[in-house]
Design a protein around this ligand. Sequence first.
Ligand SMILES: NC(=O)c1ccc[n+]([C@@H]2O[C@H](COP(=O)([O-])OP(=O)(O)OC[C@H]3O[C@@H](n4cnc5c(N)ncnc54)[C@H](O)[C@@H]3O)[C@@H](O)[C@H]2O)c1
Ligand SMILES: N[C@H](CO)Cc1c[nH]c[nH+]1
Ligand SMILES: [Zn+2]
Length: 421
Amino acid sequence: MIIDKNSDKLNKILNRGELFDEKYLSVVMDILKDVRINGDKAVKSYTKKFDNHDLNESYVIGVDELKSSFDKLESGLKDSLIKAEKSIRFYHEKQMEKTWLINGNNGIVLGQKISPVENVGIYVPGGKAVYPSSVLMNSVPANVAGVENIVMSTPAAYGKVQESVLAAAYLGGVKKVYKIGGAQAVAAMAYGTETVEKVDKIVGPGNIFVALAKKLVFGFVDIDMIAGPSEITIIADESANPQFIAADMLSQAEHDEMASSVLITYSKKLAESVNAELKKQLEELPRKDIAEASLKDFGAIVLVENLEEAAEVSDRIAPEHLELCVANPYELMFKVRNAGAIFLGHYTPEAVGDYIAGPNHTLPTGGSARFFSPLGAYDFLKRSSIVNFTKDALRECAEDVMGIANSEELTAHAKSVKIRI
Ligand SMILES: NC(=O)c1ccc[n+]([C@@H]2O[C@H](COP(=O)([O-])OP(=O)(O)OC[C@H]3O[C@@H](n4cnc5c(N)ncnc54)[C@H](O)[C@@H]3O)[C@@H](O)[C@H]2O)c1
Ligand SMILES: N[C@H](CO)Cc1c[nH]c[nH+]1
Ligand SMILES: [Zn+2]
C-alpha cells in the first residue's frame, strides 16, 4: 500500500476513468442501442439478466405507494431522513438563482430569466447497497429548484425496492419510481419506452455502467456530471489519528470494488500506522470482500515531501472527496483546486457529507472534479436571455448591426433593422 508519487499504482489510480471506459464502454453502448430500438422488451430482458426479476405491470410505483412506505417506516430512520431532508433543503436553497432585469436609461432592458427544467429523471443506485440518502440528495435540490415532474429509477434486486428508498422518494417529492437499474434505466429515461417517460435531464450517481450510460446519452438529454464509483483522498500530517483515517478510507472502499481510497502524507510514521490499522479494521468489516478488492486495485498510501507536494498530488487525482486531516486545514484548503467536496479537520468524516451535513453527495469522479461541480439546485435551472429595445435604442445601434450583418453577407438580418428605423 505505501508507495511514492511516481509509482505505477498511482498512475493506475490516476487513469482509473480511462481504464473503466475501455473495459465497459462497448457493453454499455450495446445496451443503449437495444433499449432505443426495442424499448420495454429490451429493458425487461436486461432486468431479468442483471437484477433477477420479471418486470410486470407493478414496476411503476406511484405516489400512493410511496406515501404508504413513508407512513410505515420505523420512526428512528424516518426522523433521521426528515432531518437530512431539512439540512439538504437549507443548503440547496442558498444556491437558487433569481431572474434579473437591468433597465438602462438608453432604452434598453437586458436580463436573464430563470426557469426550472420540466422533467427530471433521478437515478438512485441499488446494486450493492441501498441508498435512501441518494434519493434525498437528488430529489430535494430538484424540488427546491421547482422541477414539476421528478421521476426516479432504481434497481430492484429480485423485484423488491427497500421501503426506506420509497419513503425517501415521497419525502423528496418524487412522482413515480421505475423498478429498473443500470444502463438500461438510463437509456429508458433518455429515449423513452412504452412504459418509461422520456425526461429532459438525468441526474444521480451509480456504478460504472450507469456513469458510462449517462455520458453516452448526453445530448439526447442533459446530465449532471459523471458520478461513478466513490473516491476519497485524505491529506494528513502527524496531528492526524491513524484510526480515523483508516476508517474513512474504508468508508469509501466498502461501496464498490472500483472505489478508490488514497492517503497522502509526508509522515512515514503515520503511513505505517494507517497501513496497520487498515488491515485490522478490514477484518471487522461485514463488506470486507468489496473493500479489500477496492484497496488492492485502487487504494494507496502515497509518501510525499511536504503538504505542498501533497496538494499537488491530490490535484492530479482530482478526487470526489478530499479530507484535510491536518493541523491547519483552512490554510491547506486554499492550496488545492480539484475536489468535489472538501472536509476540514479531524472531526469531519466524509460520512457526515454522505448523509446529513447538507451539501450534495452526488459528486464528480474519475478525475472529472477538474471541471465538474457537486450536484446543486443550479443543475435544475435553465437561463434565458432577455432583450428589449426601444425605437431610439435600435436607431442608435442600427449602423453597427447592419455593418456586421452585411459583412457576413446576411442581408436579411440588416433589412430587419432597416425597415424599423
Ligand atoms: N459519485 C457519487 O456521487 C456516488 C454517490 C453514491 C454512490 N456512488 C457509487 O454508486 C455505485 C453504486 O453501485 P451499485 O452497483 O451498488 O448500484 P447501481 O444501481 O449503480 O448498479 C446496479 C446496476 O448495474 C447493472 N449491472 C451490474 N452488473 C452489470 C454487468 N455486468 N453488465 C451490465 N450492467 C450491469 C445492473 O443493471 C444493476 O441494476 C457505487 O460505485 C458507488 O460507489 C457514487
Ligand atoms: N459516498 C457516496 C458518494 O461517493 C455517497 C453515499 C451514500 N451513502 C453512503 N455514501
Ligand atoms: Zn459513502
